[in-house]
Design a protein around this ligand. Structure first.
Ligand code: DOR
Ligand code: ZN
Length: 429
């Protein structure tokens, strides 16, 4: 069995140290490693964990597959991703979640955990086979109708009750659809000037407020997907201060960096749901992530084929790529601004999402005995985003041509390199 020595890394951006890996785990130092990787100056973090990825398989392979999405994830420093169920067919049954899970294992670049649908066909009325999905080999522990909100409060309450019994979490795409019919962009001056129907932020905030109460009643765990407004964060603060609610929330990199002024370019690459918000929200979200009100970062990586994006604004599908740009955007918005240090990055991009999803083998410390899930980052590198060069099948990045800080140099999944020198290492399976 080979022992790998990784020299000179800075765990969590702190003092230089050597790491030793054997049989998929970090181990105590040995005198005669079989191989040595000089990683002087690179920052070591636990492999990143994404609670919100759209891999599009089955049914949307023109935009992404488990294989291309896994490659993008590994190149972005991820070792685990949660694949949203808004596929075709919808992942609302054991058959579909098991298929996605198996494809993830075959590809072998990241752990692919399927998210099960809450309702049959994402239609919002009948609960999906949550128990069967939980009992399948995929072991589903997160359920969501993402792309759609579980709008009916009684259906949501029942979903929370089932989730509690399964020790699972319901991840809500918070959007009261009654308030966003035809909505195209954040409701405000930018949308008004462009003549685009507005997306009322209260559509999100009111569902967040409702759901924390439903979760309290059910004694269940709620996770809020892509929280996007200052007032949604306020609701969480208020609920947690006063009540014993088990609620967590994620923010996307794009809601930390981009604002609705980008919509003025009228390029559908900036169309996303929830929409880009004004700078006051962006700033509040950064503070909320720093102070723990928002628990973690999740990409909402949403690949779309050219036809779905290269069209008029109102016909375009919402969503943007995120896996390969998430860490640089977090560094830009949170580290360069002094809001988080690298320990904080490990917390919001790896440790906390792993805990929310109930993973026991991800987001762990870089210490002997723990699984060797690892990303090594060059803190001084810069690179320019080119959609065509990303590993995703789609190219809809909102950061085209933008210079990004930090690059992922190596990624390791359970002791096996998935990325070396910025390139995917093909699985030997
Ligand atoms: O922008 C989005 N795209 N928001 C969602 O909720 C769904 C996602 C998608 O599936 O493309
Ligand atoms: Zn969503």
């Amino acid at each position: 069995m080979t022992t790998t020595k990784i020299t000179g890394v800075r765990p969590y951006g702190e003092d230089a140290a050597d790491l030793y890996v054997r049989d998929g785990r970090f181990v105590d130092p040995v005198d005669d490693p079989d191989e040595t990787l000089d990683a002087g100056g690179l920052i070591a973090l636990p492999g990143l964990v994404d609670l919100h990825t759209h891999l599009r398989e089955p049914g949307g392979e023109e935009a992404e597959t488990v294989e291309t999405g896994s490659a993008a994830a590994a190149l972005g420093g991820y070792t685990a991703v949660f694949a949203m169920p808004n596929t075709d067919p919808v992942a609302d049954s054991p058959v579909v979640v098991e298929h996605v899970w198996r494809r993830g294992r075959e590809v072998g670049l990241v752990d692919v955990h399927p998210v099960g649908a809450v309702t049959v066909g994402l239609e919002g009325s009948r609960l999906a086979e949550m128990g069967m999905m939980a009992a399948s080999p995929a072991g589903v522990r997160m359920f969501s109708d993402d792309g759609r909100c579980v709008n009916d409060p009684l259906v949501m309450r029942r979903a929370l009750e089932y989730a509690r019994a399964l020790d699972a979490v319901v991840a809500q795409h918070a959007e009261d659809h009654r308030l966003t019919v035809g909505a195209q962009a954040h409701e405000g001056p930018v949308a008004a000037r462009l003549g685009l129907a507005g997306w009322d932020p209260a559509a999100e905030e009111s569902i967040v407020a409702r759901d924390v109460m439903l979760a309290a009643t059910a004694g269940a765990r709620l996770h809020v997907c892509h929280l996007s407004t200052a007032r949604s964060a306020e609701v969480l603060r208020w609920a947690r201060e006063r009540y014993d609610v088990r609620v967590s929330a994620e923010v996307t990199p794009h809601h930390l960096l981009l604002t609705d002024t980008a919509v003025q370019e009228y390029d559908p690459v900036h169309k996303v749901n929830p929409p880009l918000r004004p700078a006051a929200d962006t700033e509040a979200l950064r503070r909320a992530l720093a102070d723990g009100t928002v628990d973690c970062v999740a990409t909402d990586h949403a690949p779309h084929a050219v036809e779905a994006k290269d069209c008029e604004w109102s016909a375009a599908r919402p969503g943007m790529l995120g896996l390969q740009t998430a860490l640089p955007v977090v560094v830009t918005t949170m580290v360069a601004t002094g809001l988080l240090d690298w320990r904080g990055v490990a917390r919001v991009c790896s440790e906390t999402p792993a805990r929310i999803a109930g993973l026991t083998d991800q987001g762990r410390p870089l210490t002997p005995g723990e699984p060797a899930n690892l990303v090594l980052v060059d803190p001084d590198a810069t690179w320019t985003v080119r959609g065509a060069e990303l590993a995703s099948r789609a190219e809809n990045t909102p950061y085209e041509g933008m210079e990004m800080p930090v690059s992922v140099v190596h990624t390791m999944l359970r002791g096996r390199w998935t990325v070396r020198d910025g390139k995917v290492v093909a699985s030997e399976r």
